[in-house]
Structure formats: C-alpha cells, structure tokens
Design a protein around this ligand. Structure first.
Ligand code: PRP
Ligand code: MG
Length: 212
C-alpha cells in the first residue's frame, strides 16, 4: 500500500503547530526532526521535513503529495498548487515597512526606491498593480536589517507580532496580503493517495471544529 507523503516545515514557526495538528488527527511520528523523513504510526503517511521555500516545487513535481505550508509561500512560488483546507494557525501578513523616521503617504512614494525582500514575485505584482517602479533586492532572511545597513529604503516581509519590525526601527505602511497555514496538495496525486488525503482532510476538519 502506498503512503501519502506530507511535507512540513523543517524548523521555524510553522513546524510546531504543524506537528501538533498531525498529532491531533492521530498521526504519530516516532522519530524526531533529526531525520528528514519519518513514518507515521497508525496511518499510511510519511512526513518529510523540508525548507519552506522548497515545498512548492516538490508539490509541483509530485515528490511530496501534500504539505502544511504558509499560504504566502504558495502565493510567491506555487502556481497550480491547490489549497484544500485553511488551517487557522500561523497567521501573518506580508507587509511593506520603512524606517520609522521616513515619510510616507502613498505607495507611489516608493517610486525608484530599493526594496529588500524574500518575496520578489509578490512584491513585483503589487508594485505593477499600483504602477510603481522600484528596485528589488532579494534576501533570504533577516530582511529587516536591510534599511539599517543602507541596503534598501523599504522592505517587504511577513509580520506576525510586529516585534521584528519594532526592534529594527521600522514601521508598517502597506499590507500586501494576509496569510495562514494551509493544507496544499500536489497536482499529481494517484487515486489511492487521494483516498488517504480525503480521510486526513476529514479528520482535520473535525479537529478545527473542536478548536473553534
Ligand atoms: C520571520 C519573518 C519576520 C518575522 C516576523 O523571520 O521573516 O522577520 O519572522 O515575526 P514577528 O512580527 O513576530 O517579529 P524569522 O524569525 O523566521 O527569521 P528569518 O527571516 O531570518 O528567516
Ligand atoms: Mg525574518
């Protein structure tokens, strides 16, 4: 019998809540995060611990069948991957932020400016929609440092508590999108795996109802 391969974030803010919901639906993982792959007890499931940004491509290629992932990552990289369930945790927003002392009244104020981000597609689409030309600098982490070291005039990153912005003397000026963890599915899924996924989704819905 084939097993459904589910990807979760290897480490970071999504990991803990992802493992918690798997446990709540009766999928117990016996070995820890040190291994990149683990079989579940009591269900035909294998869990893969991966980097967030790699997950959309693995779903597209059918290397994994499903994933618990931030919607914002799918919006950035996930054409053609469907979301089958919103999971209600790891809520955040993708925002534009600038130094506290900088003046801002409208998005056109960013014309010709340098914006640092890990989400270039999301930012470019937002700028295009607003008819703004800016220069994007792609950074993979610690984006909020960029204005302080003179690398950018603005940043776009996810904001959850707002504490990283605060610590780096930045203020939010626009929200591009809101995000939460979702259950996403590969476009190439066998009937057998679809049947396992249906069961998992049903259990997730019951757990989410119970959390309301
Ligand atoms: C994430 C994100 C923001 C921060 C937002 O970074 O990139 O910087 O969390 O959360 P907050 O509003 O609650 O402060 P993370 O700590 O995951 O590190 P990274 O950017 O270096 O990957
Ligand atoms: Mg960060």
């Amino acid at each position: 019998m084939s097993k459904l391969r589910i990807a979760v974030q290897k480490s970071g803010r999504l990991n803990e809540d992802s493992m918690a919901i798997l446990k709540d639906i009766g999928i117990y993982i016996d070995n820890g995060k040190d291994q990149l792959k683990a079989s579940a007890k009591g269900f035909p499931v294998e869990v893969f611990y991966l980097r967030n940004g790699d997950i959309p491509q693995y779903l597209k290629d059918g290397v994994v069948d499903a994933a618990i992932i931030g919607e914002n990552v799918l919006i950035e990289k996930g054409n053609g991957i469907s979301v089958v369930e919103k999971l209600g945790f790891s809520t955040c927003r993708v925002c534009i932020a600038i130094p506290k002392s900088a003046k801002y009244s409208k998005i056109q104020d960013l014309e010709g400016k340098r914006i640092a981000t890990s989400y270039p597609n999301t930012v470019q689409e937002f700028l295009d929609k607003n008819g703004v030309n800016a220069n994007l600098h792609i950074i993979n982490g610690s984006v909020e440092i960029a204005p302080n070291i003179g690398l950018a005039d603005a940043i776009v990153d996810i904001v959850s508590s707002g504490s990283t912005l605060f610590k780096n003397n930045l203020k939010e000026v626009e929200t591009i999108l809101k995000s939460e963890a979702v259950l996403a599915v590969s476009p190439v899924l066998s009937e057998e795996k679809q049947a396992i996924l249906d069961k998992i989704q049903f259990r997730i819905q019951s757990v989410l109802k119970g959390r309301e």
